[in-house]
Design a protein around this ligand. Structure first.
Ligand SMILES: [Zn+2]
Length: 99
């Protein structure tokens, strides 16, 4: 409780809107994977062929400035990739790396 709340979040690098809790981080690569996101929005879902297979995804946007941050996996066409369903992907470059 004594800690600053800001240290618990990753923020949009464009407007500093907090978009993800650090404790929800699942993976750190050139993209980061989260179980939950806050203060983001979706537009329509679409099919996309990724390196790991075909997925139904939706782009996710910062709710404050509208910048595209990454995408959410809704459905994996390959059952081996089903563990990704419901996860959010954000490009590292889109996150403010302040603290
Ligand atoms: Zn933003």
């Amino acid at each position: 409780m004594a800690n600053s709340n800001n240290n618990r979040f990753y923020s949009c690098n464009n407007c500093w809107n907090p978009v993800a809790l650090k404790e929800d981080l699942l993976s750190k690569a050139f993209v980061v994977i989260f179980e939950n996101l806050v203060l983001i929005m979706f537009k329509s879902k679409f099919e996309k062929q990724l390196i790991t297979g075909k997925f139904t995804i939706a782009d996710i946007y910062c709710i404050k400035c509208g910048q595209v941050l990454g995408w959410k996996y809704f459905r994996a066409h390959d059952p081996k990739q089903a563990y990704k369903e419901g996860n959010y992907i954000i490009e590292r470059a889109k996150l403010f790396k302040g603290n």
